[in-house]
Design a protein around this ligand. Sequence first.
Ligand SMILES: NC(=O)c1ccc[n+]([C@@H]2O[C@H](COP(=O)([O-])OP(=O)(O)OC[C@H]3O[C@@H](n4cnc5c(N)ncnc54)[C@H](OP(=O)(O)O)[C@@H]3O)[C@@H](O)[C@H]2O)c1
Length: 176
Amino acid sequence: MKVTMVMLSSIDGKTTQGNNKNVYVWSSKEDQRHFFSLIKKNNLIVMGRATYEASKPVIKLEKGKLRIILTRNPKKYSDQVVKDQLEFSGESPEKLLKQLSLLGYKEILLVGGSAINSLFLKQNLIDELYLTIEPKIFGSGKNITEGQLLDKCLQLISIKKLNKAGTLLLKYKINK
Ligand SMILES: NC(=O)c1ccc[n+]([C@@H]2O[C@H](COP(=O)([O-])OP(=O)(O)OC[C@H]3O[C@@H](n4cnc5c(N)ncnc54)[C@H](OP(=O)(O)O)[C@@H]3O)[C@@H](O)[C@H]2O)c1
């Protein structure tokens, strides 16, 4: 299973501006275009429960695209389940990937947040990372990873300047 992680960060490594959960107030339209083109291309998207809550207003469920939300309490969300489109799981990333492989899925787009990124990285499950860096400094906010001691090495594959302000789109391979 190929796992691609996609994240947006400020220059000082923040994925949220302080406590504000809405990243669309500071992400460039070029990054939004990039992010939504990945969402369009992928039919399996995984995210943490807090990311789901934060991005609910922009999530458009559709046939043929499965979103899996990781939570320790999947039963709590049973009334929100839309079979094959929006499902909740309390499995470990490793077990979840095995189950999804058995169902025939070959690729996952992992869209955060920090806690879930760390779980996947800790278990060596991520193959590549798209990281957009907006030329902004926030001083406070969430990080790309959280809650696990990690020691990962990455290899830069490509770098692209997305606009005049200097929003950068970096693509990395994650060494396993
Ligand atoms: N800039 C970006 O690219 C970007 C991307 C994504 C998110 N974000 C932002 O980051 C914030 C969310 O990140 P976050 O780190 O707080 O949360 P998160 O990683 O999205 O979700 C954390 C939740 O995942 C569940 N979880 C944690 N460990 C688990 C495990 N072992 N098994 C199953 N479920 C587990 C728990 O849900 P329960 O509490 O339900 O058990 C936990 O509260 C939001 O503000 C969002 O806007 C930014």
